[in-house]
Each structure stands twice: as structure tokens, then as C-alpha cells.
Design a protein around this ligand. Structure first.
Ligand SMILES: Cc1ncc(COP(=O)(O)O)c(C=O)c1O
Length: 441
């Protein structure tokens, strides 16, 4: 019911600790994807997080968001402000990434209304992207396979060229290619009508839709300029890339760019509770305050106290244990070992990403970059082979004709031995798939 890999043969998990899971038969798996990409930040089974949630639950587990305030949400907002760039010091807490993106695009619209721009409602996004599965977030997403059944139900969200240095930009320097792609935002703004656009949303490093496709330097700097020029809010979707995952606090920090809104989730509560955050610049918040107007929006489980307690405990661990720096250090080891792996596995065409977010694109021919025959179902073969060898990988196909790609994103607590073990098991899984392909007619 929930997708091809979750059939009756899905392992039945009994317990988890650190970077590992065990099923009811005692088989061990390394959670090398951190769940559904980059969720498990501080590791499984951290009693400190569980205790913080229990303590909050004992005090009170729920109150109505807008009616009552509570310290745990305020404290989490203050703690998050220590991670965010620029003046993104205001936070709205929701239950996950999709809800957070829905909130962000409605906030952008409400902001434009307050500024006296009633025509501005369109949110531009990129051709290959993933922003969530609720209808608004799915409309933003350039992810054919997930959109296709629901296409007639989706809002209009014009698309901007993707940035894919592996498959695109031949003959251009990385800097030139970055500008060509960023300038496509300007084209899309003109096509939509600048007076109708409220925001542009992008993942700093593309997750499920692009297996860690990373833009060259200059791209986000130019995006920021264009957004400023046309008075459009720049929303960075850091649901995956936020809070240390890429070796810096946020993905945009790699390019020194400050968005107007950052959306984050997944690693924020590290898998202990559903939690997403919309981090908003003080400038935007001031506008609402000055207008004496609230943001007309809300969910029952906004700023859920137990989820906020989980988030706070997780952030404190990330800081105390230096997990952002660890992600940078272990990420460097991971990328070096993946490069070695490529020497043994000619199927590896490209390796990309940052920190502990690594993507691999598989090809039939490394020289020509020709994709593997989709009928071979290589990504799903790899998922199954990896599970046999006790490791998770996350397949990333956005639709028919897209080449085979996968992500690995181990927990931020991973150490050097863990990274070695992950790459060894991945190598065994690739061996299996190569053997299967040789054996297939
Ligand atoms: C970049 C990005 N944005 C949004 C989402 C949606 O988040 P959620 O599944 O928590 O609703 C995802 C989920 O994978 C994501 O990768």
C-alpha cells in the first residue's frame, strides 16, 4: 500500500540504537539513510531525548497553539536562532516538512498582501525538486512519479531550470553554468508576470528528486540578487539539509546566502517526534506586528509541546557533541571512500553532495554517461541487495526515463569505523547487483 519497497517482506523492526536497527529475528541493519533521508540526526535510542519528551508529557502534553504559549516552544525558537543565518530568528512549529512548506508559501502570500501586492500569489520552484506530498507542496515539486496521479488537482507553480552539473552545462565553466541556471529564474518571473510572483522555493542540495545534486558556486548568490530585484521572497527548503547535515548549520551557509524563510524538519527532532519549523526573518515578522495582524493559518498540532521538547533535546546534543563538525569530517571520509568504490564499480557515474548527504548516480557507461535500462530496475535491486547486506539506501527516481540514483545519509553521530562499514556493505550490495545484471538475459 505504501510503495514498492514496503511490501510483505519489509523487515519487522524490534529495536534500534545508535546508527543500527535490529529486526525481530536479530538481523542487524545500519540505518545509512537515517530513515527516509536525514531524519536520524543524533542516533537512535538516545535516552536524553526520550526523557525530555517524557518530562514534558508529565507537565502537559498538549495545549491549543494560538490560545496558550509555552516555554518549550519559546526555548526551541531561541535555540534555533543560534543556528540560523542572518535575522531568521522567528519560528513557527508544525508537524513535518510538507506542513512547513505549506505554511511557508501561505506566509509568503500573506506577506505580499500586507505589502499591498494582492496579485502576488505564484510560487516558483525548480524542475527537479521535492517539497512534500500534500497538494500544495506537491504542486511545488518537480517529481513526475509522485505528481502524476494527482496532476489535475495541483496548483499552478511555474518551474525554473534545474541545476544538474553532471548532466548539463557542457562547455560552460561551473561559474558560467551557475549563472545560466540562476538567470532562468528571471526568465520564469517574466513569463509568469513579476507582479504575480510571491516567492521562489529551492532545496540548497536536492534530496529525493536529485540524489544530492549540488549547484556550483555563484548559483544561490545570483538567486538572492534576483529575488531582491523583483521583491520576491526566497524560501530555502532545508527539510533535509538543515541542522548540521551538510557539515554546516544550513545548506545555504555553503554559499553565504541568507534566505527570507528557511523550512526545516527531519533531523530537527531526529525521528523522536514529528516536527517541522518555518524560520522567518525578523523583518517579515515586524511587518505583521506593525500591521497588528496575525498570519491567518494554523494546525491543531502546531508547536506540539512533546515534539518541541524532542527538538530542543536534539539540538542540544547536536551542539554539545559537535555533530555539525562531525558531519563535515566524516563526510569527507565518506566521499573519499565512495571515490575508491567507484574505481571498483564502473556503474558509478557520479558522486555528489556535502557532509553526510551523499548521492550516487549509476550509469551503463561512465564515459558516455548513458543511463541504465530502466527495465532492469537497478535502483530497487540495489535497495534489496543492500538490505540483505544489512544497510539501507534510498532510491531517487523522479519518473520514467530518469537514471538510477540513490542517497546515503548516515546519522550525524557516525564515526570513522561506521563510515568504513557502510561503504563496505554498499560495495557488497553493488557486487550483488552487478552479478544479477550479468546473469540476466
Ligand atoms: C526537501 C524536502 N522537503 C519537504 C519534504 C516533505 O517532508 P515530510 O515528508 O516531512 O512532509 C521532504 C521529504 O522528504 C524533503 O526531502
Amino acid at each position: 500500500m505504501f510503495g514498492a519497497w514496503q511490501g510483505s517482506d519489509a523487515p519487522l523492526i524490534a529495536r534500534a540504537e545508535g546508527i543500527r536497527l535490529w529486526d525481530v529475528d536479530g538481523k542487524e541493519y545500519i540505518d545509512a539513510t537515517s530513515g527516509a533521508i536525514a531524519v536520524i540526526s543524533v542516533g537512535h535510542g538516545r535516552q536524553e531525548v526520550v526523557e525530555a519528551m517524557a518530562e514534558q508529557g508529565r507537565k502537559f502534553s498538549y495545549v491549543q497553539g494560538g490560545r496558550f504559549a509555552h516555554d518549550v516552544a519559546a526555548e526551541l525558537a531561541r535555540e534555533l536562532a543560534r543556528f540560523t543565518p542572518g535575522d531568521l530568528n522567528r519560528a513557527i512549529f508544525v508537524s513535518g516538512g510538507s506542513e512547513a512548506n505549506e505554511t511557508a508559501i501561505k506566509l509568503a502570500r500573506a506577506y505580499q498582501l500586507l505589502r499591498g501586492n494582492p496579485e502576488r500569489h505564484l510560487v516558483l520552484s525548480r524542475e527537479r525538486s521535492y517539497h512534500g506530498n500534500t497538494l500544495g507542496a506537491l504542486a511545488l515539486s518537480g517529481f513526475g512519479a509522485r505528481r502524476e496521479p494527482y496532476e489535475p488537482m495541483l496548483l499552478q507553480a511555474p518551474k525554473v531550470r534545474e541545476v544538474n552539473p553532471y548532466r548539463d552545462g557542457d562547455g560552460l565553466s561551473p561559474e558560467e553554468y551557475a549563472l545560466v541556471c540562476a538567470n532562468d529564474l528571471e526568465r520564469a518571473i517574466h513569463e509568469a508576470g513579476p507582479e504575480r510572483v510571491s516567492a521562489f522555493i529551492a532545496e540548497p542540495i536536492v534530496g529525493a528528486a536529485g540524489a544530492a545534486t549540488t549547484p556550483p558556486p555563484g548559483y544561490f548568490e545570483r538567486i538572492r540578487e534576483i529575488c531582491d530585484q523583483y521583491d520576491i521572497l526566497f524560501i530555502a527548503d532545508e527539510v533535509i539539509t538543515g541542522l548540521g547535515r551538510t557539515g554546516l548549520n544550513f545548506g545555504v551557509d555553503h554559499w553565504g546566502v541568507v534566505p527570507d524563510i528557511i523550512v526545516t524538519a527531519k533531523g530537527l527532532a531526529g525521528g523522536y517526534a514529528p516536527l517541522g519549523a518555518v524560520l522567518v526573518s525578523e523583518r517579515i515578522d515586524e511587518l505583521f506586528r506593525e500591521a497588528g495582524q496575525g498570519f491567518v493559518h494554523g494546525y491543531t498540532y502546531m508547536a506540539h509541546p512533546v515534539s518541541c521538547a524532542a527538538g530542543l533535546a536534539v539540538l542540544r546534543i547536536i551542539e554539545r557533541e559537535g555533530l555539525t563538525d562531525n558531519a563535515a569530517e566524516q563526510g569527507a571520509a565518506l566521499f573519499a571512500q565512495l571515490e575508491h568504490l567507484a574505481a571498483e564499480h564502473p556503474m558509478i557515474g557520479d558522486i555528489r553532495g556535502k557532509g553526510l548527504l551523499a548521492g550516487v548516480e549509476l550509469v551503463r557507461d561512465r564515459e558516455t554517461k548513458a543511463p541504465l535500462d530502466p527495465a532492469l530496475g537497478v535502483s530497487m535491486r540495489l535497495v534489496r541487495a543492500a538490505l540483505r547486506h544489512g544497510i539501507t539506501v534510498y532510491p531517487c527516481q523522479t519518473g520514467p526515463g530518469q537514471s538510477d540514483q540513490f542517497l546515503i545519509s548516515p546519522p550525524l553521530i557516525s564515526n570513522a569505523a561506521d563510515i568504513e562499514e557502510i561503504v563496505n556493505r554498499l560495495s557488497l550490495a553493488l557486487d550483488d547487483v552487478e552479478a544479477e545484471l550479468r546473469a540476466s538475459p
